[in-house]
Design a protein around this ligand. Structure first.
Ligand code: NAD
Length: 321
């Protein structure tokens, strides 16, 4: 039976990926510094390890044929704009140690989770942005801190493939969302934050929106995300690949969809002092559909309904509503 390591298995995407891989019949080892917060893991083995340390990366990759490497210090825009030093230090150390350990322990395939934050600021300065193609990454001007680190490690993945024959794969996620993700505390991303605010609001209340609400993004549901990662790992494609939806919407529209799901009339109060990231961002999925012969298909409305219902349930359990 193929043995697979998932790092970051205590986090949002890693937890869902473990469940998916178990359903496919693999033997799975999960590693993280924390256990999954909201549900038990399905992993055959779960090790609590700090992957900043090379000895822990060597232990994690021992006897593994494939690695899905997701562990990272990360969060939404409010977090990554205010923790740049911690992010670049911790993620560089984790990623380089993981690559080196995978090569040392003769892992065959290594998937790295990069981000749309590697794309240059100058291609994302209007809300009606042209969707980003993989080749748009250069000349580089990524998101400061988090984005530069991801872009550099994409290159390191290529070096390990070219010099050592480690088959590396790279996905650039575009705003993944769904149940079992962080929804409060400062690390949450916009869909989860908006679902929380709408769930806590009474009908006719106003909720705080970061920026003027005209900034645009695309959002991809977690089920599509894990399928896309899995399909890439079955392929022979070793360059970075977008993994996201290509439906562009404004934050205002996102709030309206969530309010409709909640059955509430919600007004918006704009806070222009809060970080909003790039002005517009969308994924060009031409290469994705060509390489994987597949595209994400879960609609935003369906994904948001599942996410909203789950977050509302958590808030009820916490007796906040
Ligand atoms: P997450 O924060 O839920 O999961 C990351 C996990 O890594 C956490 O459980 C954390 O405890 C773990 N981790 C951090 N430091 C560690 C260490 N020293 N040793 C071991 N584990 C450690 O985030 P996520 O949304 O599941 O993201 C997974 C990956 O995808 C990350 O690499 C992230 O940068 C990337 N990504 C995510 C998105 C998104 O929209 N969620 C977008 C772009 C890229």
């Amino acid at each position: 039976m193929t043995k697979i390591l998932v790092t970051g298995a205590g986090g949002f995407i890693g937890h869902h990926l473990v469940t998916f891989l178990k359903q496919k019949g693999y033997w799975v080892r999960g590693v993280d510094i924390k256990k999954p917060e909201f549900a038990d893991t399905d992993a055959d083995e779960f090790q609590l390890l700090d992957l900043k340390k090379i000895e822990n990366c060597l232990r994690a990759t021992q006897d593994m044929e494939q690695v899905f490497h997701l562990a990272a210090n990360m969060g939404g825009i409010g977090f990554i704009e205010t923790h740049k030093a911690d992010i670049v230090f911790e993620n560089t150390v984790i990623d380089m140690h993981m690559l080196h350990a995978a090569k040392t322990n003769k892992v065959q395939k290594f998937l790295y989770t990069s981000s749309a934050c590697i794309y240059p600021a100058y291609k994302q300065d209007t809300p009606d942005i042209v969707p980003l193609k993989e080749e748009d990454a250069y000349p580089a001007l990524p998101e400061d801190g988090y984005g530069w680190e991801k872009l550099y490690i994409e290159r390191a993945c290529r070096h390990y493939r070219e010099d050592y024959g480690l088959k590396t794969y790279m996905v650039r996620f575009h705003n993944i969302f769904g149940p079992l993700g962080t929804y409060d505390g400062g690390r949450e991303k916009s869909p989860a934050a908006i679902c929380r605010k709408v769930a806590l609001a009474k009908t006719q209340d106003e909720i705080e929106v970061w920026g003027d609400g005209q900034q645009t993004r695309s959002y991809c549901y977690i089920e599509d995300c894990v399928v896309g990662m899995y399909k890439l790992m079955q392929s022979d494609y070793h360059e970075p690949l977008n993994l996201g939806q290509d439906r562009l919407i404004t934050i205002n529209e996102l709030v309206d969809i969530v309010a409709k799901i909640a059955g509430k009339k919600i007004a918006k109060k704009y806070d222009l002092s809060k970080p909003q990231g790039v002005r517009g961002r969308n994924s060009d999925n031409t290469l994705l559909s060509q390489i994987l012969n597949w595209s994400p298909s879960v609609t935003l409305e369906v994904g948001l309904e599942a996410t909203y219902n789950w977050i509302e349930e958590q808030l009820r359990k916490e007796k906040r509503i």
